[in-house]
Ligand binder design. Structure first.
Ligand SMILES: NC(=O)c1ccc[n+]([C@@H]2O[C@H](COP(=O)([O-])OP(=O)(O)OC[C@H]3O[C@@H](n4cnc5c(N)ncnc54)[C@H](O)[C@@H]3O)[C@@H](O)[C@H]2O)c1
Length: 382
């Protein structure tokens, strides 16, 4: 056995692997591949638990010294070394990086890419102080990541709609996707930049990836807000409330109240829910992002946690159902529906539209119409 697994402990082999990962990817792959299946599995387990401690020293050195070459990319050798790249290191990107770094969701390399070089260096230095691994990456390196989270661009300004924001962010995302090329074939891209439905559509077009590998964060954050409001009414954890915001991540989104349940009981039959002002509940959810922006300048913790959860579902192949913005079959639009999320990105879109009430279905159709026509306008004008 090339790596001498019979005479060395798994920990020693893991240490050799970690060291090879930092200095010589080919050597790393060769040691790992020379192990028996049983030893590979032992090492996998060890690295899954120990890599968080070992990686901080190793991975930044690798990032600085040797830009990732597609041919030598070993990031798929075991799950704990998969690369998560965040493009855009502002409020959302930096918080997403911090959230992922602290959560230990099965990633190995964590990088941030930004055009603001000084700020990026500051983010990486600040993260170093936590003892966790995070490096700066070039756009090309980010393109070789397993999960690429795009948070670049600017946020909404006072009095501006998400569409005004689109004009600036469309150009930024087009150049970003160009800079990522050639994008790793199996990469999953999560588009957070707003307006995320329209931008996710164009990132899908620019990237050439299959549609199930491009996801907009969509109404996930809005759903979290909606569930939190209901949770405080029924005195329960939000996780136990199955209630989704659907459609556009924007003014036209709507809560799928007729499909909402707690422990299988329709939400509106739950004791006390008949007294809740559902119009206010929906409106509070819709305006919460704006209120946060007015008070602190940006929304970041909630969206960072959403990005971490989506990434975790991908890296751990969780097949978790999340409301996300996806290419709607038969339409030129990305909009949010519940989706099964796993290692390939979107494994299934749960088409709940046949189960909506006529009023909800009307709102869904308005979202489809709105976003498809905006996509058409953008495609014609840029
Ligand atoms: N989808 C959601 O639920 C949701 C929630 C919150 C924010 N957002 C959106 O996320 C985006 C980022 O928000 P923010 O508050 O972090 O903004 P921010 O201004 O703090 O950060 C944006 C970063 O993008 C960088 N950038 C600009 N052009 C770039 C390029 N070509 N390559 C790499 N980096 C580039 C900037 O230098 C900046 O650091 C906005 O569009 C915002 O509307 C979406």
């Amino acid at each position: 056995m090339g790596a001498g697994a019979s005479t060395q402990s798994s920990a020693e082999i893991a240490a050799r692997l970690q060291s090879a990962y930092a200095t010589d990817p080919k050597e790393f792959a060769s040691i790992f591949e020379s192990l028996s299946e049983a030893d590979q599995s032992k090492v996998n387990k060890l690295l899954e638990t120990e890599s968080a401690a070992a990686a901080p020293a190793a991975a930044p050195a690798a990032a600085a010294a040797a830009p990732v070459d597609t041919a030598e990319d070993t990031s798929d050798v075991f799950t704990s070394n998969r690369h998560v790249a965040i493009v855009g290191g502002g409020a959302v990107g930096a918080n997403t990086a911090f959230c992922i770094a602290t959560a230990k969701i099965g990633h190995g390399r964590l990088t941030i890419t930004d055009i603001a070089a000084d700020m990026l260096e500051g983010q990486v230095m600040d993260m170093e102080d936590t003892g966790m691994h995070c490096a700066a990456a070039t756009p090309k390196e980010a393109g070789q990541a397993d999960v690429i989270i795009i948070t670049a661009g600017r946020g909404l300004r006072d009095g501006e709609t998400r569409l005004d924001c689109l004009k600036s962010n469309y150009g930024i995302l087009k150049s970003i996707v160009g800079g990522l090329a050639p994008i790793k074939k199996s990469a999953v891209i999560i588009v957070v930049s707003n307006p995320c439905d329209i931008l996710a559509y164009f990132v899908w077009k620019f990237s050439g990836l299959p549609e199930q590998q491009v996801i907009g964060s969509g109404t996930y954050l809005d759903t979290v807000r909606l569930r939190a409001s209901v949770a405080s009414i029924v005195q329960m954890t939000p996780d136990s409330i199955h209630y989704n915001m659907l459609g556009e991540h924007g003014d036209a989104m709507f809560p799928a109240t007729s499909l909402a349940t707690i422990a299988g009981v329709p939400l509106m039959n739950w004791p006390g829910m008949d007294k809740v002002d559902m119009v206010k509940l929906e409106e509070d959810t819709r305006i919460k992002g704006r209120l946060i922006r007015e008070k602190k300048g940006a929304t970041s913790f909630g969206i960072a946690t959403s990005c971490k959860n989506i990434t975790e579902a991908i890296l751990q192949n969780k097949r978790r159902v999340l409301p996300l913005s996806v290419k709607i079959p038969g339409e030129e639009a990305f909009l949010s529906l519940p989706c099964v999320v796993g290692s390939k990105g979107i494994h299934q879109i749960v088409d709940v539209t046949p189960h909506l009430t006529p009023d909800e279905l009307k709102l869904w159709k308005e979202c489809v119409e709105k976003i498809s026509s905006q996509v058409k306008d953008v495609a014609a004008s840029f």
